[in-house]
Design a protein around this ligand. Structure first.
Ligand code: NAP
Length: 493
C-alpha cells in the first residue's frame, strides 16, 4: 500500500522537535535548530532542536539526579516498562517504519523488518531485567564466604549512527533500562526523528523523568565532549565508525570511563566450490543489499572459489540488475537512496579507483542522476588484492569479487583486514563451516546464511571492529558492574 503526502505530514506532526531533558521537551538553550532531510528527494522533512554543550550537561545533570531512585525500582517493574514499550512499538510499527524510510531512505518493507528487530530488544531485555544473578560461595580455605552481586554502572552516554535509527537505539536503551542505568542519548544528526518519536513512546510506557534524556545535535564532538570527560558519567556506549570510536576511546581514558564500542566492519563473504550457488546468491543479496549496503555487517568482499566464480557472478549480477531504485515509500522500489551526497561520492571514488586498477563493472558502477542520492547496484570483478575497496568499508551497494583456490587462501584473504565484525561462509561441508568459524578472526559468522542479526545473539566484533557485545545474555552485562562482598564463616559468628 503506498503512502500519501498527507500520511507523511500527519506522522511528522507527531514527532517531538525539542530536546528531552528530565522528562520535559524543551528547545536548545541557544534556540538553534537543524534540518533533517529526506535522502530520496533532498527536501527538508522537519527541523529539530540543536543541543549544545550546556544542554548536554543539563541532560547529564538529570540522568545523575535520577540514577539513585531508578536503580531502586524493582527489576520486574523495569522489565514491565520495557514490555509495554515493546507492545507500543509493535502497535505503531507502521509509523516507525514510515519515519525511518523518510529520514533514512530504506524501502518500507526493510523499515518494517527493522521495527520488528528493534522491538525484539525491548522484549528480550524486558525478560533479562530479572535475571542479573550474582552468587554466594564458600572461599577455598573455608573460613569465609564470597557474596557477588551485580549493580548498574550508573549514568551512560549512548551515541547511535544513522543507518538503523530505531534498532541501534533500542539495542542500547533496552539493556540500560533493564540494568537500572539512566542515560543521555545522542542520535545521529542525519536521522534523529525516530529516536525523538521513540523517546516519547518510552514516556508513555511509564519510564520516569530523567532516566532517558535525548539531545540531537549538529555538533556531536563539541556537545558530547564535556560529558565524556565528566567524572559523573560512568559509561559510554557508541555505535559508529572506527575512526570516531578511536577518538572517543582516547577521550574516555581521561576518567577511565567504561566503554562499549560497536565499530566498522569489512565482512568477507566466502563461497566454497561445494556450496549451493543459488542459496549463496540469495544470502549475498541479503548480506550485501540490506539497507543499500549501509550496514556494519554488510558483505564487503566476495571471496569465491575459482571454479564457481563465473556462475556465482552471473546469477548475483542478474539479481542486482533486477533491483529497482526509488523512494522507499514507493511500493515498486526495492532499493533506496544512499544517506547523503558525501557518502555517495566516497563510494563512487572507491569504484573508480578499483576500475582504474583493472577491475571491471559487470553491472552498475555509476551515480543515478536526479533528485536524491541514488547509486547503481554494482558488481566488480578482477579486483586486485591491494585495491582500496577491499580494505575500506564501502557502505554502499557495491560488491567486489575476488577468487581463491584453496581453503588456506580463503582464510588468508578473509582475515586480511583490521576489522573483525561479521563474516559469511557458504559450504555444504559442515565440518569445513565449523573449521572456518575457528580460523576466521570475526565476532560473528553466518554459516550458509546472509542474515545474522538477532536480539538473543551477542552482537559485536574483534580487532578494530570494537569492544563488548550487544544483545544476547551478554548485552545487559555491559551496563552492570560486579561487586564482591567478603563475609566471615557464619558458623564461627
Ligand atoms: P560516525 O560518523 O562514526 O557517527 C556515529 C555517531 O557518532 C553519530 O551519532 C555521530 O554524530 C557521532 N559522532 C561523530 N563524531 C563524534 C565525536 N567526535 N564525538 C562524539 N560523537 C560523534 O558513523 P556513521 O556514519 O553515523 O555510521 C556509520 C558507521 O557506523 C559505519 O562505520 C558502520 O560500520 C558503523 N556501525 C557499526 C555498527 C556495529 O554494531 N558495529 C552498527 C551500525 C553502524 P553525527 O551524526 O552528528 O555526526
Amino acid at each position: 500500500m503506498s503512502v500519501s503526502p498527507e500520511d507523511e505530514t500527519r506522522l511528522l506532526s507527531t514527532v517531538p522537535a525539542d530536546l528531552l531533558i528530565n522528562g520535559l521537551w524543551r528547545p536548545a538553550v541557544t534556540g538553534k535548530t537543524f534540518d533533517v532531510e529526506d535522502p530520496a528527494t533532498g527536501e527538508v522533512l522537519m527541523s529539530v532542536a540543536d543541543a549544545g554543550p550546556e544542554d548536554a550537561l543539563a541532560a547529564l545533570d538529570a540522568a545523575v539526579a535520577a540514577q539513585g531512585s531508578w536503580a531502586a525500582v524493582p527489576p520486574r517493574e523495569r522489565g514491565e516498562i520495557l514490555r509495554r514499550a515493546f507492545e507500543l512499538v509493535t502497535e505503531r510499527a507502521a509509523d516507525f517504519a514510515l519515519l525511518m524510510t523518510l529520514e533514512m531512505g530504506k524501502p518500507l518493507a526493510q523499515a518494517h523488518s527493522e521495527v520488528a528487530y528493534a522491538a525484539e530488544f525491548l522484549r528480550w531485555f524486558s525478560e533479562e531485567a530479572v535475571r542479573t544473578f550474582g552468587r554466594y560461595s564458600v572461599a577455598p580455605e573455608g573460613t569465609s564466604r564470597l557474596l557477588v552481586t551485580k549493580k548498574p554502572v550508573g549514568p551512560c552516554l549512548l551515541i547511535t549512527p544513522w543507518n538503523f535509527p530505531l534498532a541501534m537505539a533500542t539495542r542500547k536503551i533496552a539493556p540500560a533500562v533493564a540494568a537500572g542505568c539512566t542515560m543521555v542519548l545522542k542520535p545521529a544528526n542525519l536521522t534523529p526523528l525516530t529516536s525523538q518519536l521513540f523517546a516519547a513512546l518510552m514516556q508513555e510506557a511509564g519510564l520516569p523523568a530523567g532516566v532517558l534524556n535525548v539531545v540531537p545535535t549538529s555538533t556531536a564532538g563539541a556537545t558530547t565532549g564535556p560529558l565524556v570527560t565528566d567524572p559523573r558519567l560512568r559509561k559510554i556506549s557508541f555505535t559508529g565508525s572506527t575512526e570516531v570510536g578511536r577518538r572517543l576511546l582516547a577521550n574516555a581514558s581521561e576518567t577511565v570511563l567504561r566503554t562499549s564500542m560497536e565499530l566498522g566492519g569489512n565482512a568477507p563473504f566466502v563461497v566454497f566450490d561445494d556450496a549451493d550457488v543459488d542459496a549463496a546468491v540469495a544470502g549475498a543479496m541479503i548480506a550485501k543489499m540490506r539497507n543499500m549496503g549501509e550496514a556494519c555487517t554488510a558483505a564487503n568482499r566476495f571471496i569465491v572459489h575459482e571454479t564457481i566464480a563465473n556462475e556465482f557472478t552471473e546469477k548475483f549480477a542478474a539479481q542486482m540488475f533486477a533491483l529497482s531504485p526509488g523512494r522507499g515509500t514507493d511500493e515498486h522500489s526495492t532499493m533506496g537512496p544512499l544517506i547523503d551526497a558525501k557518502s555517495r561520492e566516497k563510494i563512487h571514488q572507491l569504484v573508480t579507483d578499483a576500475v582504474a586498477d583493472g577491475a571491471a563493472a559487470v553491472t552498475g558502477g555509476a551515480v543515478v542522476e536526479g533528485p536524491g542520492y541514488f547509486y547503481q547496484p554494482t558488481i566488480l570483478t578482477g579486483v586486485t588484492e591491494s585495491a582500496r575497496i577491499l580494505s575500506e568499508e564501502i557502505f554502499g551497494p557495491v560488491a567486489p569479487i575476488i577468487t581463491f583456490a584453496t581453503e588456506d587462501e580463503a582464510v588468508r584473504l578473509a582475515n586480511n583486514t583490521e576489522y573483525g565484525l561479521a563474516a559469511y561462509v557458504f559450504t555444504a561441508d559442515f565440518n569445513r563451516g565449523l573449521r572456518m568459524g575457528e580460523r576466521l578472526e570475526t565476532g560473528m559468522l553466518g554459516l550458509n546464511t546472509g542474515a545474522i542479526s538477532n536480539a538473543a545473539a551477542p552482537f559485536g566484533g574483534v580487532k578494530q571492529s570494537g569492544l563488548g557485545r550487544e544483545g544476547g545474555l551478554e548485552g545487559i552485562q555491559e551496563y552492570l558492574y560486579t561487586q564482591y562482598i567478603g563475609i566471615p564463616d557464619p558458623h564461627l559468628g
